[in-house]
Design a protein around this ligand. Sequence first.
Ligand code: NAD
Length: 495
Amino acid sequence: MTIGHFVDGKRVCGSSERRADVFNPATGRRTGEVELASAADVAGAVEAAERAARAWRDASLSKRTAVLFAFRELVNARRERLAEVITAEHGKVLADAAGEVQRGLEVIEYACGIPSALRGGFSENVSTEVDSYSLRQPLGVVAVISPFNFPVMVPLWFVPVAIACGNAVVLKPSEKDPSAALLLAEWFAEAGLPDGVLNVVNGDKEAVDALLDHPGVKAVSFVGSTPVARYVHQRGSMAGKRVQALGGAKNHMVVLPDADLDLAADAAVNAGFGSAGERCMAISVLVAVEPVADALVGKIAERMARLRTGDGRRGCDMGPLVTAAHAAKVRSYVESGIAAGAVPVVDGRDVTPDGEADGFWLGPTLFDHVTAQMSIYTDEIFGPVLSVVRVGSYDEAVELVNANEYGNGTAIFTNDGGAARRYQHEVEVGMIGVNVPIPVPMAYYSFGGWKASLFGDLHAHGADGVAFFTRGKVVTSRWLDPRHGGVNLGFPTQT
Ligand code: NAD
C-alpha cells in the first residue's frame, strides 16, 4: 500500500519518487510505504491552500463552527477506528491510543467555541465621539509539522484552532505513522470543510524545508525533537514567518519525604512507562529526596514486575518502540547507563513480550543511583527508561531541575502544600503537576514548555493558540461631524 497526500479535497499522488517504509512495530513487518513529497508537491498544496484561504477567511463564524461541530461528531463516532490506525503504525496500546484521540477531541470542542475566543474589545468615547475596537484576523496559510509520538493529538492541537480562526492549513505528519492524518483530513471534508482548507503532505526534511521557505506559508507550528525544533524556528523566522516550535523534554518528578509513597510509585510507573516512554510529558527522572529512595525504588520495582509488554491489540500495558532503529538506540542507552555505573534495578532487555518475535521490543527499565553527568540523565532517551537520582534536600532537587536544559513538564509529590506552592513558583518549567505526574493542560489552557522545550513564545491551543493563528488590529473610528474639522499637526491625544 502506498500512502500519498491529501490536497484540495482529495487523496493524490505526488511527483516524487522517494518513499519511506511504514511498519507495524508490534510485528516488525512493513505494512506500506509513504510518499516523501518534493518541493513541487509542497508548492501544489500551498497553492491550493492559498486559493481556499481567500474564501474561508470570509466564512461567517457560524459557518466555520458548523463544520467543527460536524467534525467533532465524526471523530467521536469513529474514535475506535482512529485508535486502531494509531496502534497499527505507532505501536502504543489501544487504550492509550484512545486516550490520545480523547485529548484531541477536546481541542476540537474548544475550537467549536471560537466565537467567544475571537471576541474583540470595544471602548466608546476614547476621545469625544471617537470609538476604539479590536479585531483578530487569520494569517492566511499556516503549516503544522508533527512528530511520530502523537499522530492524532498533536495535529489536533493546532489544526482545529487554525481552521476555526479562518486560516487554511498544510499539515506535514511524521513519515513513521502517516495514515491517521489522512483520515482526519477526509473526515474534515466530510464535515463540510471546503476543498483546500486542510491539506496533508507526507514527507521528511525536504517537505519541511519547502514549507519553511515557501513565501505563501505565514506561520509554522512544529512539534518534535529539540535540534529540529531549533532549526525550524531559525529557518522559519529567517524567512519572515511566525514560528512556534515545541521540542524535546526530560521531565523530573520530585518526591519529598512526606509524600504518599504508594501513590508516588503508581504515578512514576504510569508516567515513566506509558506509551513506552515515547511521550514528551513522560517522567524520565525521579528525584528522590532522602530518606525515601530505598523504599520508593522497591515499590516501583514491585509494580514493574506486574507490567505486561506486548502487542498493543492484546490488552498489554506497554507496546513496542516505534522503529527498529529507535529500539536499538534506547537499548544502547541502557548499555551506556550500566557502563557509567548506574544500578539497573530492572533491565528491560530481559523482557519476554506478548507479541511476535520481530517486534521492536524493549521492556521497562529502572536505573538507580543515576548522576547528572551520565548520558542516561543528560539525553532525552524517549523510551521506557526511568532514572532515579537521589538528593539530600528540596533545595538540591530544585537546583537539579532548573539546571537541566529542558523545561517541558515536571511534578512534585508531597503532602505539604507550602512546599508544593514554593516549587510551582521556583521551578523553571512550563507545565507543573502537584501530585499529578503528567500535567497536560486542558484544551482551554495552553500547552508548552520553557527553555530547550519550546522555541518561540506562544504555546499550543487555548488563548495562546488563538493568538498564534491570528493578527490583531485596532480600529479608531469617528463618524463624521462638522464640529471636528480644523487642522492640527499635534500628536492625537484624548480631548
Ligand atoms: P523529530 O524531530 O525527528 O521529527 C518531528 C518532525 O520533523 C517530523 O515531521 C519529521 O518528519 C520532521 N523532521 C525530522 N528531521 C528533520 C530535519 N532534519 N529537518 C526538518 N524536519 C525534520 O521528532 P520525532 O522523533 O518524530 O518525535 C519525538 C520528539 O518530539 C521527542 O523529542 C519529543 O520530546 C518531541 N515531542 C515534543 C512535544 C512537546 O510538546 N514539546 C510533543 C510531542 C513530541
